[in-house]
Write a protein that binds this ligand. Structure first.
Ligand code: F6P
Length: 373
């Protein structure tokens, strides 16, 4: 019988985390007689035994708050930096789990968290994960909480940028988050009526983007809104990435694989800020004044939308129910408007990307949006 569970939030924060903590906690305490303890700052809290008691008072009044009352980090138990050196702290995590006599651990996180959770499952922990991220890129779930709020924030920003773009006859490039996936750019761009949407899954040619803008000018439309996912790639950059991924996949030994990984990482680090170059190039190619807005962490902060509060509450309470029934070892996913447990093995290390023929891409094209391809 499950009597005592731990909970943590890991990876980048997002709106809805507190709503999910509250849902798991309240359902555990009120409905299933399960006590719950929070670990702070992601997996680091488990290593260093940093805890927060989650009683009724702690869980009250947090539904609408952004961020996470538990704090978060991108720490991985098997590669944790401590005192400037990287250590495998898996044993310390298992030790804390046992010392507290936990029956299970709930991890609220994105793609990285699913991988960490699978490792800990293999180390003997009973784990359930809930999918959160503004990127909406977790495999096997139709949606993640945090995404809807971020789409709303980015859409509002695009709406506001429209009026200043029209007043000044400018091109405004809007960079949105999303990591290596284009969900956020696609949905916010579609909702905001962007003229061009650039996403990682559809490599773009800058001359085609410029052509679209010139054509708009010919039609008497003297402004353009270009929504760009932070991970969007030009055709030549996409070829570079493909080659590096190929090198990594085909590596004969560990050393070669590490080298290819390092090159790939270097590429992605240097790619940050690519929208500055894109904006300057569009100005040069079209002769039209251009400005760049990077929305950044605005998309992750603040109160969750009603949709995310509802989703987090649904996932959290169902998670408590499944804990009570003694189930573990899975991520609770949203599939066809139902919640289904998906084994961690099927989620970890996978990504859900926008397929280039996704119905929403087709819909955007049909209203005249260019993807620069
Ligand atoms: O995964 C969420 C996310 O906001 C991504 O969209 C973005 O690439 C990344 O996190 C930014 O991370 P950080 O806050 O660590 O800079």
């Amino acid at each position: 019988m499950v009597q005592y569970v731990g909970i943590l939030t890991s990876g980048g924060d997002c709106p809805g985390l507190n709503a999910a903590i509250r849902a798991v906690g309240k359902a555990c305490l009120e409905a299933y007689d399960i006590r719950i303890i929070g670990f702070q700052n992601g997996f680091r809290g488990l290593v260093q035994n940093q805890t927060l008691e989650l009683d009724r008072k702690a869980l009250s009044g947090i539904l609408t708050d952004g961020g996470t009352i538990l704090g978060t980090s991108r720490d991985k138990p098997h590669r944790m930096s401590i005192g400037g050196r990287v250590h495998d702290m898996t044993d310390a995590v298992v030790d804390t789990y046992r010392r507290h006599h936990l029956d299970a651990l709930v991890c609220l996180g994105g793609g990285g968290t699913q991988k960490n959770a699978l490792r800990l499952k293999k180390a003997g922990l009973s784990i359930i994960t809930l999918p959160k991220t503004i990127d909406n890129d977790i495999a096997k779930t139709d949606v993640t909480f945090g995404f809807n709020t971020a789409v709303g924030i980015a859409t509002e920003a695009i709406d506001r940028l429209h009026s200043t773009a029209t007043s000044h006859d400018r091109i405004i490039v809007v960079e949105v988050m999303g990591h290596r996936a284009g969900w956020l750019a696609l949905q916010a761009g579609t909702a905001g009526g962007a003229d061009v949407i650039l996403i990682p899954e559809i490599p773009y040619h800058i001359e085609r983007v410029a052509q679209t803008i010139r054509e708009r000018t010919r039609q008497g439309k003297h402004f353009s809104i270009v929504v760009v996912a932070e991970g969007a790639l030009s055709l030549s950059d996409a070829e570079k990435v493909e080659e590096l991924v190929h090198q990594k996949r085909e590596a004969k030994d560990r050393e070669e694989k590490e080298k290819a990984s390092a090159k790939l990482e270097k590429f992605h680090k240097e790619h940050v800020g690519h929208t500055i170059h894109l904006t300057q190039e569009l100005e040069r190619l079209t002769g039209q004044e251009s400005r760049l807005t990077i929305l950044g962490h605005l998309q992750r902060g603040g109160t969750p939308s009603a949709t995310d509060r509802v989703l987090a509450t649904w996932l959290g309470t169902r998670c408590a129910q499944l804990l009570r029934e003694g189930h573990d070892g899975f991520m609770l996913a949203v599939q066809d408007q139902e919640l289904r447990p998906v084994p961690l093995e099927e989620v970890a290390g996978k990504k859900k990307l926008v397929s280039p023929d996704h119905p929403l891409v087709e819909a955007a094209r049909l209203v005249g949006t260019s993807f620069g391809d």
